[in-house]
Design a protein around this ligand. Structure first.
Ligand code: PXL
Length: 286
């Protein structure tokens, strides 16, 4: 089979697992060549650490792909993550230049959580992200991001039916697949709602939940999801694999006698389970 190749555009935060330090190993583990364009290099991520360095690479984004022009490369997917507001229009141009008919464009909005925007973002970022969402095939917001994208209050408690309506409305913005992760409709359970516009199919995919908040799991989920999708799984099948991978990663971390959750979850220990799920199940679907 032809080697699959994916482009991901997000930051490289050296310490504190997230963004490219998760996307590169996870997507490689899925058997896919992962080409990463770093949008910035930070000493560490911005959630929890007191301070950070930030080497902005905005001016290198377009020149990077210009150097690729004379070569015959093609991306099976383009996956965008955490971006600066000024970088969003540039990333949209990159998508326009590199997207081929079969390229899957997946946008992880990555700008908010827990009812709040991440530090440094304001309404203009939400506006910019709405434009990017219009170009996507799949989006993977958390509930806070879904609310901001739709102009709804992220602080309100929403019912399952209301959230299902959010997925449908988000699909009207452009993407054919919408996944909202980190949802709990029952004590002790956590999961994702998946909506496929063409089939008008809504599914809840869940497991038992672990108590607490685990930083960087959104990026792990998105990376495994697109990895599974490129391997031929349906969107709900890919969500199942990605959700289970994150669940196993948290479980392995909590089994550690001295887990250091400050630096994220020990997903490295869950990679064998991801590979097993991808390639064992793939044999079953042929
Ligand atoms: O995982 C999202 C993320 C990515 N990159 C940076 C972040 C965060 C979340 O806080 O700070 C730099």
């Amino acid at each position: 089979m032809k080697q699959k190749r994916l482009l991901t555009i997000q930051d490289y935060s050296c310490l504190g697992r997230c963004s490219l330090t998760e996307a590169l190993p996870v997507i490689s583990a899925c058997g896919i060549e992962c080409v990463g364009i770093p949008t910035a290099v930070l000493s560490n991520h911005t959630a929890g650490f007191k301070s950070w360095t930030y080497a902005d690479l905005t001016d290198y984004l377009m020149p990077t792909i210009e150097h690729w022009k004379d070569y015959n490369h093609q991306f099976d997917a383009i996956y965008t993550g955490y971006l600066g507001t000024n970088q969003v229009p540039i990333v949209m141009k990159i998508i326009d230049e590199l997207r081929k008919e079969d390229t899957i464009v997946m946008v992880d909005p990555a700008f908010a959580d827990g009812g709040k925007l991440y530090l440094g973002f304001d309404n203009s970022h939400i506006e910019a992200m709405r434009e990017l969402v219009r170009k996507s095939d799949i989006i993977v917001p958390n509930l806070t991001e879904a609310c901001f994208l739709l102009g709804l209050s992220p602080e309100k408690v929403w019912s399952r039916l209301q959230i299902e309506n959010m997925l449908v409305h988000l699909s009207h913005m452009g993407p054919s697949g919408v996944v909202i992760s980190g949802l709990s409709f029952q004590e002790g359970r956590v999961g994702c709602l998946v909506y496929e516009k063409e089939r008008n199919r809504m599914l809840l995919i869940e497991t038992e939940s672990y108590r607490g908040q685990y930083h960087g799991t959104g990026d792990l989920f998105a990376s495994a999801l697109i990895g599974a999708k490129i391997n031929g799984f349906s969107l709900p099948g890919a969500v199942r694999i990605a959700h289970d991978f994150v669940h196993v990663a948290i479980g392995k971390t909590l089994q550690d006698k001295e887990p250091d959750l400050f630096y994220g979850v020990e997903f490295e220990k869950a990679i064998p389970s991801l590979i097993d799920a991808l390639f064992r199940k793939k044999e079953l679907i042929g």
